[in-house]
Design a binder for this molecule. Structure first.
Ligand code: NAD
Length: 445
């Protein structure tokens, strides 16, 4: 039997021991269920001053059949606070006055969503300071949440309030179960925002390419995007042809055996997508490898293979993919918390995954990409339960699982849900974002 700290403390003597010693006990997270409510209870909506975004949130929640509360109570499962109108640090008292009491009664798996404006557009030093304070408060709230709850900050650019629905829905829902302490930036949409006819099918009619789809996170991405209505073009190396075909057949999509580092990989994906599906709306660059060693022991082969698969292949494939993609499409790249915080023994991997972040931000601002109305975003997973992490030695694995605000590892579906959110046509106001799916891991920024 494989030892798991999470299972050990979930009952019996392990639970008693953990309680008496004050050890962390992971809560069951609230994940998305098809046909389920957006949130299983009421949402408290409040704000500072004229709080223009709170009004929109109020309307969108009512439209989604969610009860809106104006006072904390045990039936409240989410709190949305609009602080877009704060002017000075003194105004932060509004946040304390609303969120503090609400946390005392917030139901398990609760959500705190704070909405502000970008500090860099503030126009005065005091306003910049106040706006920047929100990041510190929200990250702290994330660390104080109990019962599998999360807290996130949404920074909405001036004049971009109409683009918030996708992000507010995502953060309140079970789709964001393992996303906490993050900052989401909503700007001017790159193309018309299109709300889906059915929010359980936000990708209906879309064609999605997923690389590394034969197993692990890639297979979960394919499953999740297909569940949400997309047709899947699943890509993986010929050696993974069997499991790749299983994924594609299960989802009624198609499989393409391909090494993403091949010179013509992008062109072959385009050709296959055109012939089999008629085009490409969504590209998820998920294929990735690790070849861990201390830098002192890393030879040129180990260095180069990781950079080629994780970074260079994406740059090359995008040269063929971007011009061929349908207008208004979405590219989502898979980075890693190692690319943000660095990791001992992973200098090659961290270089590649940090490069993915740079590429994401640059491509989001690229003229051709903007002219086509394509969004480009990245997810940075933390400790996710996959075959890759199952091979990590026991002690390191248990530490990896526990060193985050939710005291547990994430599931591949958690990464997939965030990727799905980036791929919604309802979400064309979010581009150039990097979101960690790490349960607010202790390591790194
Ligand atoms: N598991 C984690 O905790 C974690 C954390 C952070 C980031 N990530 C990233 O998430 C992504 C998926 O990771 P995973 O844990 O599912 O890994 P995995 O090893 O289980 O799956 C990776 C898939 O990519 C495929 N692949 C590898 N090289 C390829 C190539 N040259 N061409 C085509 N396909 C190729 C593999 O065959 C495999 O099916 C990777 O980019 C990884 O770096 C994972």
């Amino acid at each position: 039997m494989v030892f798991s700290y999470g299972q050990f403390v979930s009952g019996g003597v392990g639970k008693q021991l953990a309680t008496s010693l004050g050890l962390p006990r992971p809560s069951r997270l609230r994940r998305h269920t098809v046909g389920g409510p957006l949130v299983p209870g009421a949402v408290l909506v409040a704000g500072h001053g004229d709080a223009p975004v709170a009004e929109r949130v109020h309307h969108l929640l009512e439209g989604a059949g969610v009860q809106v509360a104006s006072q904390p109570s045990t039936s409240v499962v989410g709190v949305v606070v609009d602080l877009t109108a704060i002017e000075t640090p003194a105004d932060l008292e509004t946040l304390r006055g609303i969120v503090g009491p609400a946390l005392k009664t917030l139901a398990p798996t609760g959500r705190v969503v704070v909405i502000g404006r970008p500090p860099e557009d503030a126009g005065s030093v005091a306003r910049t300071a106040a706006r920047r304070s929100l990041e510190g408060v929200v990250r702290s709230i994330g660390k104080e949440m109990r019962g599998g709850g999360t807290a996130n900050l949404v920074l909405v650019a001036e004049g971009a309030d109409a683009g918030i629905e996708a992000t507010v829905r995502f953060l309140l829902s079970g789709r964001s179960a393992y996303v906490s302490g993050q900052v989401f930036r909503v700007g001017q949409p790159v193309a018309d925002i299109v709300a889906p006819a059915d929010w359980d099918q936000p990708l209906a009619g879309k064609i999605a390419v997923v690389t590394g789809a034969a197993r692990g996170i890639g297979a979960a991405i394919a499953d999740t995007l297909a569940r949400d209505g997309a047709t899947i073009l699943a890509v993986d190396v010929p050696a993974a042809g069997g499991p790749l075909a299983t994924v594609a057949n299960r989802l009624g999509g198609s499989a393409l055996q391909l090494d993403v580092t091949a010179e013509d990989a992008g062109a072959r994906i385009v050709e296959h997508a055109r012939a089999r599906h008629g085009g490409i709306d969504i590209v998820v660059h998920n294929a990735g490898i690790t070849r861990d060693k201390l830098l002192a022991n890393t030879d040129a082969d180990r260095w180069d293979s990781v950079l080629q698969v994780n970074l260079v292949s994406i740059l090359r494939m995008n040269e063929a993919l971007v011009p061929a993609m349908n207008d208004g499409g979405h590219i989502v790249n898979v980075s890693s918390t190692s690319g943000i915080a660095g990791n001992r023994g992973q200098s090659n991997y961290a270089a590649s995954k940090a490069g993915v972040i740079g590429m994401t931000q640059a491509l989001a601002a690229d003229e051709v990409v903007l002219a086509k109305g394509i969004t480009v975003n990245a997810v940075a997973p933390g400790f996710i339960e996959t075959e890759m992490t199952a091979k990590v030695p026991l002690a390191t694995r248990e530490v990896g699982r526990l060193m985050n605000s939710l005291s547990q590892g994430g599931l591949p579906v958690d990464v997939a849900e965030t990727i799905g959110y980036f791929a919604w046509d309802a979400n064309r106001a979010v581009t150039g974002n990097v979101v960690r799916v790490c349960g607010q891991m202790v390591l790194g920024a």
